[in-house]
Ligand binder design. Structure first.
Ligand code: ZN
Length: 319
């Protein structure tokens, strides 16, 4: 191992303005001095629609996609041709359209070889009585098609109560949307393929946005069990302990609340670290709420001190 494997890769986030975005990424996360309608911070991304730059050190100014291409050894020489994960923080002030994503096989065939999308939400904050949209009530594909064609979306979509600290796994084919007031950390496959199922009949610049009717009917899982299988509640996690939130074929995620100090080993191909709140030090380097970084392959011992909430993510495949 070289010194490079001990170098923390700090990233500069990519911000996205959206009609539905709020101002919490500015007022609470301080990603910018001012601004409104910033819905997304792509904290760890090598996707062409938002490729993060390395903030400092040996590769300062290079993009994450470049680093992944040129120095795969820092990422455990994983075989995925593109950097496989994308971590975002999303602040929804308004309703987002209701969507469904294809799986890898469908996206490969119908979306120019793109990846499908499995995603996971960790709810950082939401209103008391918040509900999210997950799954649907149709029992057969015919019933799904009938309801879609008749515009009976309010009957079709399923709403489920959600609380701060919930973890929601959205597998391909699951109809889903976050709702106003939700602030989430989203971990996903690095893909941007989305089919819009329903947009609440809204007009944007005087026109409804396109709805992907046929694709939605084709890729949606029927019947849908996501409200039973996809939502896990995590509240009051004990500090200074790794808590696994989810493990699927694409990623594994842990929540770690450090209060005082904590030591662990980075023995994964690479480890993504997002600071959800607080401040402290990671191997002596100051870290604070909103920072995103990568600990490379062979990093070894990690020492965190202070009072910080961290989300740790790695790949779960050697494909
Ligand atoms: Zn989605």
């Amino acid at each position: 191992m070289t010194d490079k494997n001990r170098e923390i890769i700090f990233l500069e986030p990519e911000l996205k303005e959206n009609v539905w975005g709020g101002n919490r990424l500015v007022t609470e996360f301080h990603y910018r001095d001012e601004g409104d309608g910033i819905g997304e911070c792509w904290g760890i991304s090598a996707h062409p629609h938002g490729d993060c730059k390395i903030a400092e050190g040996t590769w300062k100014g290079k993009t994450l996609s470049w680093l992944y291409r040129e120095h795969r050894e820092l990422f455990g020489n994983v075989k995925a041709p593109e950097f496989p994960l994308l971590v975002k923080i999303i602040d929804a002030k308004e309703k987002l359209s209701i969507q469904v994503h294809p799986d890898d096989a469908y996206a490969k065939e119908h979306e120019n070889g793109s990846l499908g999308k499995t995603e996971c939400w960790y709810v950082l904050d939401c209103p008391e009585d918040a509900e999210l949209v997950i799954g649907h009530n149709a029992k057969t594909r015919e019933e799904l098609a009938d309801m879609v064609h008749a515009g009976r979306y309010e009957e079709l979509i399923r709403r489920v109560p959600v609380k701060k600290g919930d973890c929601v796994q959205i597998i391909p084919g699951t109809i889903h949307a976050i709702t106003p007031g939700m602030l989430i950390l989203e971990t996903q496959q690095s893909s941007d393929v989305t089919y819009r199922v329903y947009d609440y009949g809204r007009l944007v610049n005087g026109k409804p946005r396109p709805i992907h009717v046929e694709q939605s009917i084709e890729v949606t899982n029927v019947p849908d069990l996501s409200d039973k299988t996809g939502i896990k509640h995590f509240a009051n996690l004990s500090p200074n302990e790794l808590h696994e939130l989810v493990s699927c074929e694409f990623y594994r995620m842990w929540k770690l609340d450090v209060d005082g100090s904590f030591e662990m080993e980075q023995s994964h191909p690479f480890l993504l670290v997002s600071v959800l709140s607080g401040e402290g030090r990671l191997d002596g380097r100051p870290i604070h709420k909103g920072m995103h970084m990568i600990l490379p392959d062979g990093y070894g011992n990690v020492y965190v001190n202070g009072r910080v909430e961290l989300m740790l993510t790695t790949v779960n495949c050697t494909k």
